[in-house]
Structure formats: C-alpha cells, structure tokens
Write a protein of this length. Structure first.
Lengths: 406, 486
C-alpha cells in the first residue's frame, strides 16, 4: 500500500484546541511570585557553540607578538581585528557583536574553563552542562535550577530547549523541559488527525487500569504535559510579529522562536539554543568566520526583536563552548582540541565590558591555555544575580561572583 | 597517602522508583507455583527478550513456565555469527590506496584518506545498528540479544570515539553475546582486554612509565563495586597492574606487551603481590560488595528498580554460591515468585530500543523500519553511543515530554506507510468493540482501562475506512501507558 492511501491526517482543516485559561492563569500567577524583585520575569538564554570554539581567533590578542609567532598562517592581522583595547579585539566577522559591545550590552569573560580539562567533545560538553567536572551527573545546572526554584509542573514552558533532543543542561529530576526544534515540529504527528486526537485525549484521562506500576502516574502526567504543551504552543506565539531582520540561518530561526517564547505570558525562565559545529581541525578560517558572523548577526537581530517588544532588559543571553583550541595551529590550517576560551553575555541589563584575565600564552599547559575563571563562577553569577536563586545547591559548591550583573 | 573511606555506598541512580507494597523476603526467590497465564508469558518475553508477537506469546504461554524458561535459556553458539555485510575494513582500504606509506604522503592526500575512512566507518556503524536491531527482532535467541544489550549498557563503550572502529564494536558485541549467560568474572577479564574497551577508557595508553587510571577507576566505580568500596590508592595500584596493553586500531586487535607492564609489587584492597590485571579482577570479585553490586544491577534490569536490601543480599548470595555464573542465577530469577508478583509486573520503563523492537513485534512487522535510527535518537538511545561511560540511567529518565512525543511519533510512523495485509491486524473483526478488545488483548495483554477501550471503539466506529481505522486504533492502543512499561 502506498503511503498516500493512508495518512494519519494532515495539518489541513485542523482546529487546534488550546486552553486559554492556562496562558492567562500563568500570566496572572507570574506577577505574584516572591524572590529577587523582577527575577520571575527574567529569561536566560543559553547558546551552545558546539564543537569547541577557537577563543584565540574569536577574542584576538592582537597586542601579543607570541600569538603571531605561534600561528603564522592562522593569526588574524592586527589591522583587521575589531579592537576593544590595545590588547584584545573581536574577529572581523563579529561586527554586530562589536556594535552590541559599544552600546554596553555585551560582556566578554576571558579564559573560562575548569580544573583538569577533558579534551573529549562528549565528556567536556557534559562537564559544562552538568557543571560537575569531578563526577558523572545526569542532570544539568539549568535543570537543577528549575527543580530548585520549585516551578509548578503546570508551567509547561518554564524551560524550553530549541533543539531536536533535550540537552543534558536542561534535565532535572522534577521539572520536565520540552525540546521544541521549531514551532511546527513540536507535537504528536499521529494526533494531527482530529478523531485520533480526540480518542488520544480520552485515553489519557482515564486511570482505572488493571495493573499498578511505580511509573504509571509519571507516564500519564508526562504524556498529558506533552499533549497540552503541543496544543498551547501555537496559541502562545500566535500573532507575534517583528521588524527585526534575522539572518536566514538555523541559529537565526532558533533565536526568532526564542524571542517569541520569551514573551511575557509564557512564564519561561530558561531557553537553550545550539549553534555549530565549531570543530575546526581543518582549514579553520572560513568556517569559524562564517559561524561567528552567523552568531553575531543572529544575536543583533534577537536583541532588535526583544527591544521592539520591550523585552530586551528581561532577557539575558550567554554563549558557551565545551573547550577552546590549542594555542598553535596544526598541520592542516586548523586547530585541535584545547582548553580555556572566552564566553559572552548579552543583554540590556548587563554591565558591558571585559571580565576575567586573558590567559598568558607563554604560560601554557602542554600547548593549551590555562583557564583564569572557573565556568561555575559565571553560572553562580547568573543564578544569583539574574535568576535570583541560590547557586550553592545547584552547583554543589561556592564560587566567587563576577561583577557584571546587579 | 590518605586512605579514603571504605564504606560501600548504596548505588543511587536518581529516577529509579521501587514498586509500592512489601516484599516477602522468604519466598521471593522460591519457584513460582501459581497459575501461569499468557500475561505472565508476555511479561517473561519482555524481560528476557524484547517482547513477543501475539503468536509468540501464545506459543510460550502454552509451554508452561518451566519449559518456557528452559527454552529461552537455550542459547545458540555465538561464535559462528558473521558480521553484517560491508563492515569497513581499514586495512584492506589502505592496501588498495597505497598502504601505510600513503598516510605519510602529503597532508592533503592524508586528509582525503582519513575522510574516506571516517565515512566508511560511519556507514558500517549504521549497518551494525540496523543488524543488531534486526537480531533483537527475529534472531534465534531473544535472551542472548537481551543479555548482549544489558552488557552493552553495563560495560559501556562508544563507537567512533577514541579510534574505536565498527569492527571493534562488532567484536565487543560478539564478546557480550558469547558471555550472555556466562561467568561475570570471566567476562570482566575478557572485556578489560577487549580492543574497543582498551581504547574507550584509555587502558591502551596505560604503561609503566605513564600510568593512566581511567580504566582502573571505572572498572571499580561503574563495572564491579560502586563508589566508596575502594580508595584512591587502590585506583592507582590497579592502574599499575593493568599496564602493558596496546591496540592496533587499523587491524582492531589488542596485544599484551610485557615491556610496558609494571612488574613491581602492588598493594590492592588489602592484598600485596606482583599483580597483573586479571589478578585485580579476581581480588575485586572476592569483595562481598562486588556480588551486591552485580545483584543490584541485575535486579534493576530484570526485576524492578531500587530493589530491597534483603533481595539484594539474597541475590548476591546466589551469585557467590554459583561462582558468578549467570545461568543458574537468572534461571532462578525468571522462575521466582518475585518475578511473577504484581509488584514486578509493568514495573520497569522500557528503554527506547525495547520500545521500538517491541512495537515491531506487537504489530507483526518483520523488518526493522529504516527510520529507526532518527527515531531512536529522538527517543534518547542510540546503540553504540551511550551518553557517557555510566550508560543509560533508565527509569524516569526515559519519561520526558520530548521522549514521549518521539515514542508516539515513531508509533505513528510505524503504523503508516506499509502494508498491513500480512499482519494479524488484517484479521481484526469488523465490530468496533470487538476490534478494540482484540487490539487491547494482543498489543497490551488487556492492560487498557475499560474507558480507554471504549474511546478506541468509538474511534473505530466513527471511521469508515477500515484500513485507516485499524492503523489509527493500533496507534492509539500502543500509545496507552501500558506499552511504555515493561
């Protein structure tokens, strides 16, 4: 039989039944929550630069002759660098981020890393996401934040991952975070057929089953969550318009959706977006320049959009990458897995500028940059000064704060 | 050097939930003498395999428990199994392209060859994943594949990382298959010198001048003892004992090189001697905590999660009494009162692989759907690609909204786009209520609520396209909570 003969419905003729009470009740309740003043309305957007962004050609030490000696072919000529000061400057592809920096909306944290760095993409990504360098932890720091903030299960979009698969950073023990790759790709495809969906909703409602299971309630609850989330999402973002010109890239589309979800009524606290791959072992320059340009332009459009809707002071974005790259270039005009690298925080609420110390190139660890700021210090700052929650239980330790917020 | 605590700590994996009610410790592992029903047969097939087709369940139910367990435990010889066709052979590839010398040629040529090797390896891995899923679905022994799957999650190794090739991955998979109901101590020794494991946990880099502790640590923390049952000094000493192994990645073979082995005296878990790696494993298996660790792991995988202290002790004693031979231990478990208790029934969450293979079986689809790889990725479990060395945590960790959507979307795809004339579904009665009952009986062993069955019946009744409504009804029945549970 051909596929066309049987289809579990199409989108055509589909009337999505959303529950307007949900959205309304949430908007109402979010004004009543205690905590850091205004924290309940704040959104944190985490941008994962997957693959290991080369920090040296991103925030370029154009004042350091050693940089030019160690990277004879790969170094960016000083006159092309978008200088922040006499020592460092941005990759020339980052014009839009330079503009955000000039407006005081962008903070650079230099030399970020963690003790005993791991050079595996998988393990180091896991370390950054779990914020647990010394142990295997299946939850992520933002998942634990959502758990710790005691957000009710009924808040379906408290955390949203704009990705195909939920990243570890958003996994908690209590709060369920949906992974929404794009607004139209979220939901039960089988239920696009109206009679199927009606029956499906009936199946969920009934719990008089002829067996018991320690997981039964959880299975039912999670399916209901997913079903109502899938029905509510279109309502939540319906009618959203923007004049901002997002680049026609995957990241541009993701951040455009992030701006819609971050709108006030959703109750969203944390969003996750991914970009990459920055794993530039071979012929690095064109790839990294393209990616940094995409990142830069998408961030600028994102903040134009947020400003247009009065959300630019409510939303803070931050990048991270699992590691930087080796100081010296390799034999293929690329760079291999390294250690410390810079990260960026963007938003109207941030005190723009340069934080932390640039790693000293001469004082390397077997060819790798030594970190000067533990990434958990950045996380602690975001948790305490932006999300308004204690950092210690989330990070299982105390880390000094950075002064860019509050 | 400061000695760390030696207090064995309970292995606590968040998200694993114990069933409600109390365990009768005295009778838990005694043979089940109650009435053994088709529901029990389906339960056995889910635990000791990947579920059953309606006719497989009926066949096993007709055997009675004793013969059903005996039959499941007859494993075919794994040695003769041929690898799936077209497994990439890096040695042959290089010989065709000028041998190792070609790699020393100019940079561009070298990169080109490496790119082709990576491509070949990736294609092989896809073939290997599909091949294994197909064996789970219709291989000669579901239990042999289930045990192989269990060991893959226990002794995790990720393919295509750290030079682990598809060939090594196949060889390790075969090793697990050979030891399916074998001796856990012997398997632990064998997997320790398996090329894929030697690379994945860096034991191939562990030599007397530059010891690498990664494997020694995980061997104890994740494979045999659990945190707290050994000290940091024990890790260092075990690493010294395990020095000397090398791997030749292109050929995918390992070799023991005595010149790289640390021949000195080691002090390990209170014993002193010139130990080698196998001695370390022997000493580990003498620790009472080792039997408890394996007992907990086996009960979590085959009975229910977070098993009671008394049950862990009893199973650990059984393991020790049988010198860590799995056959008698699992034989006892699959025949036990605890196994057929209501507390164990549907008490586990299916892993995505179990869910996917089980759905093929339930619907009666003979070939693994080619869309399975993206579906499994969305559901959170890709074979030969565990999230980290600790494997897949299971339980509630499989219950997130995106995984739920991915599971149901996979079901929707499975019942769409293929002929159902050959399936038992084609013989479903025309009457909507009888058809809904049949779906519930055959797909869920009746584990649907009366109201949910009525909803499916109403859906079937209102829909006049017979083919379409059978597919929709199948989707709805499999989307009920029972099918997510094993």
């Amino acid at each position: 039989m051909k596929r066309s003969k049987f289809m579990l419905g199409t989108l055509g003729g589909l009337a999505l039944v959303a529950n307007p009470e949900h959205v309304f009740a949430r908007a109402l309740s979010s004004t009543l929550r205690p905590g850091l003043p205004g924290a309940e309305n704040r959104v944190f957007v985490l941008i994962n630069l997957q693959g290991g962004n080369d920090g040296l050609n991103c925030v370029v030490p154009h004042g350091d002759p050693l940089y030019y000696r160690l990277r004879p072919h790969l170094a960016i000529p000083a006159k092309q660098v978008l200088a922040l000061d006499a020592r460092i400057g941005f990759n020339p592809a980052m014009r839009s981020m330079k503009a955000l920096y000039d407006r005081g909306m962008l903070a650079v944290v230099q030399g970020v890393g963690y003790p005993h760095p791991n050079h595996s993409h998988f393990r180091s990504t896991e370390i950054w996401q779990s914020a647990a360098p010394e142990r295997y932890e299946h939850t992520g720091w933002l998942g634990r934040y959502l758990d710790e903030a005691q957000i009710p299960q009924s808040e379906l979009f408290a955390g949203v991952s704009i990705a195909q698969v939920l990243p570890e950073v958003m996994i908690g023990n209590r709060v369920d975070v949906p992974a929404i790759p794009h607004a139209r790709g979220y939901g039960f495809v089988g239920n696009r057929n109206v009679p199927v969906r009606r029956a499906f909703n009936g199946i969920l409602g009934d719990r008089a089953l002829p067996f018991t299971s320690p997981y039964l309630a959880h299975v039912t609850e999670i399916t209901e969550n997913a079903q109502s989330g899938a029905q509510e999402l279109p309502t939540l973002i319906a009618g959203y318009r923007t004049k901002a010109s997002y680049p026609a890239t995957a990241l541009g589309r993701s951040l455009a959706l992030a701006a819609q979800i971050a709108a006030k009524s959703s109750g969203t606290r944390v969003l996750y977006v991914a970009h990459g791959s920055y794993d530039t072992h071979v012929n690095q320059q064109p790839t990294q320049d393209r990616l940094l340009g995409e990142l830069s332009d998408a961030l600028a459009a994102f903040y134009d959009d947020l400003a247009e809707h009065g959300n630019d002071a409510r939303v803070l974005a931050m990048t991270f990458s699992e590691f930087g790259r080796r100081i010296a270039q390799n034999g293929s005009a690329g760079t291999d897995h390294g250690e410390a690298s810079p990260l960026f925080l963007v938003g109207k609420a941030i005190k723009g500028g340069i934080y932390g110390a640039y790693p000293v190139l001469a004082d390397h660890d077997a060819g790798n940059l030594r970190y000067t700021t533990d990434f958990r210090s950045v996380y602690a700052t975001v948790l305490e000064r932006w999300l308004g929650r204690p950092a210690t239980p989330v990070l299982a330790g105390d880390f000094p704060m950075l002064p860019m917020l509050g | 050097m400061e000695e760390a605590r030696r207090i064995p700590r309970h292995v606590d994996i968040p998200g694993l939930v114990r069933p409600a009610g109390a365990l009768d410790e005295r009778s838990a592992l005694l043979p089940f003498r109650g009435r053994w029903t088709p529901r029990d047969a389906a339960h056995l097939l889910r635990r000791a395999g990947f579920g059953g087709t309606p006719s497989e369940i009926a066949g096993v139910a007709a055997m009675g428990m004793e013969r059903a367990v005996d039959t499941l435990m007859q494993l075919p010889a794994a040695e003769k199994l041929a690898p799936p066709g077209g497994l990439f052979d890096a040695v042959a590839f290089l010989e065709e392209h000028g041998g190792l010398r070609a790699l020393r040629n100019n940079e561009a040529e070298r990169l080109k060859l490496f790119k082709q090797i990576r491509k070949g390896e990736f294609r092989s891995l896809l073939a290997l994943q599909q091949w294994w899923l197909q064996r789970m679905l219709d291989g000669a022994s579901p239990l042999q594949e289930k045990m192989t799957f269990y060991f893959h999650g226990h002794f995790t190794t990720a393919s295509l990382q750290k030079n682990v090739t598809a060939k090594m991955t196949f060889d390790q998979n075969q090793l697990f298959r050979r030891f399916a109901l074998g001796n856990l101590r012997d398997l632990t020794k064998a997997v320790s010198s398996d090329p894929a494991m030697l690379l994945y946990l860096d034991n191939a880099r562990n030599n007397k001048t530059h010891p690498n502790e990664n494997y020694a640590r995980e061997l104890m923390e994740l494979f045999t003892l659990g945190l707290g049952a050994y000290s940091e000094e024990d890790v260092r000493q075990a690493a010294r004992a395990w020095t000397g192994y090398e791997v030749f990645p292109l050929r995918g073979v390992a070799r023991y090189n005595p010149r790289k082995h640390d021949d000195g005296i080691k002090r390990f878990l209170g014993r002193t001697g010139n130990f080698d790696g196998n001695d370390i494993v022997d000493i580990i298996f003498e620790q009472p905590q080792c039997a408890r660790f394996w007992a907990t792991s086996l009960l979590n995988a085959f009975l229910y999660n977070d098993p009671e202290e008394g049950l862990v002790s009893a199973t650990a004693s059984l393991l020790r009494a049988n010198d860590f031979e799995l056959r008698p231990v699992l034989g006892t478990l699959f025949r036990s009162n605890a196994f057929y208790s209501t507390r164990a029934y549907r008490a586990l969450v299916k892993s995505p692989v179990e869910f996917l293979v089980g759905a093929h079986k339930a619907v009666g689809i003979a070939r693994i759907d080619p869309r399975s790889r993206p579906a499994l990725r969305a559901m959170g479990q890709v074979l030969f690609s565990p999230p980290n060395v600790a494997g897949w945590p299971g339980g509630e960790n499989w219950l997130t909204s995106d995984m739920t959507i991915a599971r149901d979307n996979f079901l929707a795809g499975l019942v769409t786009g293929r002929a159902i004339e050959d399936s038992w579904l084609a013989k479903a009665p025309t009457d909507a209520h009888r058809a809904a009952d049949l779906l519930s009986t055959e797909l869920l062993q009746g584990d649907a609520s009366p109201a949910a069955r009525a909803d499916v019946a109403r859906y079937l009744h209102d829909n006049h396209n017979r083919d379409q409504r059978l597919r929709g009804g199948t989707y709805l029945t499999l989307a009920m909570p029972a099918f997510t549970l094993a």
